[in-house]
Design a protein around this ligand. Structure first.
Ligand code: GLU
Length: 370
């Protein structure tokens, strides 16, 4: 086995960069990516690729026109066909540099169940140590409509945390994040550095640009939020730019939009609760509880609970909202929704004995970026 590399990049490339409008895999783009991966590896880094494009590449092979409305099972079938072609193309492109590709298909449940999460991490680490370039996509053929990632941006951010990557590079069809939509406003300029992702920025991010791309800027911002919250610097840059991966890795000015990482590194458990587990309901809390949770990192007690929305079980994840309806935290409950509702507002001393003291223990609680 080779020596474990000191830093790992997660490079995500979208459908619109990998597949052209006719559904042909862009071998030029894959060759360029493979050349950049090889250069990064010569510089002592290792690279994980998260790629989209399976559905876009599979559709024409099955005679399904872009934009045609077809059953979801047919799209899943298209992804199964396209994924094979995509992997073959990556295999050929990497082989030209003496590199091996290894495919991993992930579903949200792989991040929800801790044993699968650890297993995915172990396999990725083994691939990297063996010098293989892992190529990841969502497991579209078995994706559940309700809980699928749907875009690979969030998936790539979770992968970056999973393997404690040094950088997440989101390659797309624009140069980065602009002050306004450059398609309609010619005074728009590239924002080179972002320290904090706030609501103004989120409002400025537009939807997808093309038929092929699922995510758009809003989903890239959401991914950057997850990654930077887990201590991973994130860069959004133009996939077609020369040496984009090498320059983004080196932090070359003007390469795209860079989001600075937070100093904190959320534990795997907290990131998992905050960003991977879907919320099964909501717990509304009063101002005192919000303060205690946010400023003092306390556990949530029944005394601070005002109301419950939805039905959920012990260990389910819920959003925690203040009385203005603002979601500010997420956590895993130790009580059922029925018990929380029945005891809302009660002091701990007044609780039935069978219930523990905490509705949500502080170890299971994540304060979300606002
Ligand atoms: N996983 C999907 C595919 O490979 C695409 C998701 C995305 O566009 O981000 O076709």
């Amino acid at each position: 086995m080779s020596v474990a590399p000191t830093s790992t990049l997660v490079v995500k490339v979208g459908s619109s960069s990998v597949v052209d409008d006719d559904g042909r895999i862009s071998t030029g783009m894959l060759d360029k990516l493979a050349t950049e991966v090889a250069a990064c590896r010569r510089d002592g880094m290792s690279v994980v690729i998260v790629t989209s494009g399976a559905i876009a590449a599979g559709r024409p092979q099955l005679g399904i026109e872009a934009g045609a409305s077809v059953d979801d099972s047919v799209l899943r079938a298209a992804s199964a066909v396209g994924q094979t072609s995509l992997m073959r193309a990556f295999e050929i492109a990497l082989a030209a540099h003496g590199l091996l590709a290894g495919q991993i298909l992930l579903a949200p449940t792989d991040f929800m169940f801790r044993n699968r999460y650890l297993k995915s991490r172990g396999t990725l680490q083994a691939l990297l140590q063996l010098g293989v370039v892992p190529i990841i996509n969502e497991n579209d053929p078995i994706a559940d409509e309700e809980i699928r990632f749907g875009d690979n941006d969030r998936l790539s951010a979770l992968v970056a945390h999973l393997i404690e990557a040094s950088k997440l590079i989101l390659l797309t069809d624009t140069a980065g994040l602009f002050t306004a939509d450059p398609r309609v406003d010619d005074t728009a300029s590239l924002i080179e550095e972002i320290i904090e992702i706030d609501q103004t920025l989120e409002a400025a991010a537009g939807g997808p640009r093309s038929e092929q791309s699922k995510g758009g800027m809003a989903s890239k911002l959401a991914a950057a939020k997850i990654a930077t919250w887990s201590g991973v610097e994130t860069v959004i840059a133009f996939a077609g730019r020369d040496h984009v991966v090498v320059e983004a890795a080196a932090g070359t000015p003007g390469v795209g939009t860079t989001f600075r990482a937070k100093d904190q590194r959320l534990s795997a458990r907290k990131l998992w609760i905050g960003f991977a587990l879907p919320a099964s309901g909501r717990v509304v809390v009063d101002d005192g509880a919000r303060q205690a949770l946010q400023a003092k990192q306390r556990s949530l007690l029944s005394a601070g609970v005002v109301a419950v929305e939805g039905g959920f079980d012990i260990d389910d994840a819920v959003e925690i909202v203040d009385t203005d309806g603002q979601v500010f935290a997420k956590g895993r409950v130790r009580w059922t929704s029925a018990d929380i509702e029945a005891n809302a507002g009660r002091q701990t001393a007044e609780l039935p004995e069978a219930l523990g003291d905490e509705v949500i223990h502080r170890d299971d609680l994540v304060i979300l970026p606002q």
